[in-house]
Design a protein around this ligand. Structure first.
Ligand code: BGP
Length: 474
């Protein structure tokens, strides 16, 4: 099959998120987000500096331009715009994102902002426990309205909330959860319900204020395969897909909760409390597309009849891919390792075929366009004596995923954009700078920020050729 199928105006991009690159965590009026505090409690690296993108965005955008990027997916830090989450605006924060967006546009790079990437303002966590409290929906809606109105003439593509399914699965890591709630897993589905409403409000505002504006959520989506050909395992994989995947996409793209997943949650005392007009709000805030973050696939089997519940995120693993393994939902499914697939150094399966599987599965179900807003390989990169980073493993990973996108396009899938994770090295939440994803190396360690020099990796030069040939030279 040829790779000629990428449309002429395809947006070849790259991605980052605010707290993982910006630094300046408490500078120019920004207040702490829950990520700043979570990192203080369990220090991995320095969020006050991170990759110092806040001060070096011009240098970084010059590198994007040289690479040939057509889009840049980044996130806006709520607590930079509204330090208290609500109320007084931080002019300097608002100005920063104007400058960033202007610089992108000047360099013909389409901005794709995300409104929320795990970084609830700490002020709202202190005030009312953050997303646990329904007040968060109104406060997020106010923040979203402000930001959308502010940048509406410059930004056409908007994404709302990053990875709600990961926020549920890893609820104690992606949210600051006060101790009193820790033993109540229903809370995570309540948080998710509040986010569904918040997402819908943001979609509504994009449709209201942005001429030809397009909006969707960023969802981490891993296909779920049955472990064997036993029909019971097949059904378990379907159950897992309902609860871990369709429970989110049906909300965004059908305006409904996936029925079997909701019934399972109700039967187990885990369902969210849904108020009278909530489903109308969710229906009204429809999405125009889905932004998919794709890293790995998962596998499920039928659990033993006497198996006890193991919630994801409560096992010992720190990593998302690994954490799927070991989850048991009694009578529904058990997540297991896939014996057919290789894994990364962090135990995440490497499965480019899964990306074609996901795109085609979702397209047949919803027939909406997609963007890939994250996809990449976390690795221990090494700065060699020749001052280069020879990351052939990353090139292989990205190449195979691009081939899968091309095949999905050949089968009719509408794909607008591909934004590998990440543009420059970012801090990985659980692993700091030892787990690197960037096309551009940031010369620092967790302990020592050094001078944060940017060095183009081999993957940067390779991706440059991919973009130039519109995906033909891989
Ligand atoms: C996605 C997140 C990113 C990034 C990435 C890699 O789920 O949206 O923020 O963290 O995963 O994950 P990690 O840093 O844990 O390796």
């Amino acid at each position: 099959m040829s790779n000629k199928k990428f449309p002429k105006n395809f947006l070849w991009g790259a991605a980052t998120s605010a707290y993982q690159v910006e630094g300046a965590a408490e500078e120019d009026g920004k207040a702490k987000s829950q990520q700043d505090v979570l990192n203080e409690l369990n220090p991995v690296t320095d969020l006050a500096i991170a990759s110092d993108h806040y001060h070096r965005y011009k240098e970084d955008i010059a590198l994007m331009k040289e690479l040939g990027l057509k889009s840049y997916r980044f996130s806006i830090a709520w607590s930079r715009v509204l330090p208290n989450g609500v109320g007084e605006r931080n002019t300097k924060g608002i100005e920063f994102y104007h400058n960033l967006i202007d610089e992108l546009i000047k360099n013909e790079i389409t901005p794709i902002p995300t409104l929320y990437h795990y970084d609830m303002p700490m002020a709202l966590v202190e005030k009312y426990d953050g997303w646990i409290n329904r007040q968060s929906v109104d406060d997020f809606a106010k923040y979203a309205e402000l930001v959308i109105k502010e940048y509406k003439d410059k930004v056409k593509y908007w994404t709302t909330i990053n990875e709600q399914s990961i926020i549920v699965q890893q609820w104690t890591k992606k949210n600051y959860i006060p101790k009193k709630y820790i033993n109540n897993p229903q809370i995570k589905y309540q948080i998710n319900h509040h986010m569904n409403l918040a997402h819908a409000m943001a979609c509504k505002y994009v449709h209201k204020y942005v001429k030809d504006g397009k909006v969707g959520a960023n969802l981490s989506y891993a296909p779920i395969y049955p472990l064997t050909t036993d029909p019971k395992d097949q059904l378990a994989a379907q159950n897992a897909n309902d609860l871990r995947n369709l429970y989110y996409t049906d909300i965004y793209l059908k305006g409904k909760y996936n029925k079997s997943a909701l019934i399972y949650l109700e039967n187990n005392g885990l369902a969210p409390k849904i108020e009278k007009h909530d489903m109308d709000i969710i229906k009204e805030g429809y999405s125009d597309f889905l932004a998919i973050n794709y890293y790995y696939s998962n596998t499920a089997k039928a659990p033993e009849s006497n198996a006890e519940r193991i919630e994801p995120g409560l096992n010992l693993s720190n990593e998302k891919g690994k954490s799927a393994k070991g989850e048991i939902q009694p009578g529904f499914y058990e997540m297991v390792q896939n014996p057919k697939l290789e894994t990364t150094d962090w135990g995440w399966t490497i499965d480019p075929t899964g990306l074609e599987y996901v795109l085609r599965e979702l397209y047949s179900r919803y027939e909406v366009p997609f963007m890939i807003t994250e996809n990449g390989l976390g690795a221990f990169d090494k700065l060699e004596d020749d001052n280069r980073i020879h990351d052939a493993y990353r090139i292989d990973y990205i190449r195979e995923h691009i081939k899968s996108m091309a095949k999905a396009i050949e089968f009719g899938v509408e794909l607008w954009s591909y934004n590998p994770w990440s543009f420059i090295d970012i801090l990985s939440t659980s692993n700091g700078y030892s787990k690197r994803y960037g096309l551009v190396y940031v010369d620092r360690t967790d302990e020592d920020p050094k001078i944060l020099k940017r060095i183009k990796k081999d993957s940067y030069y390779w991706y440059q050729g991919v973009i130039k040939s519109n995906g033909e030279i891989l």
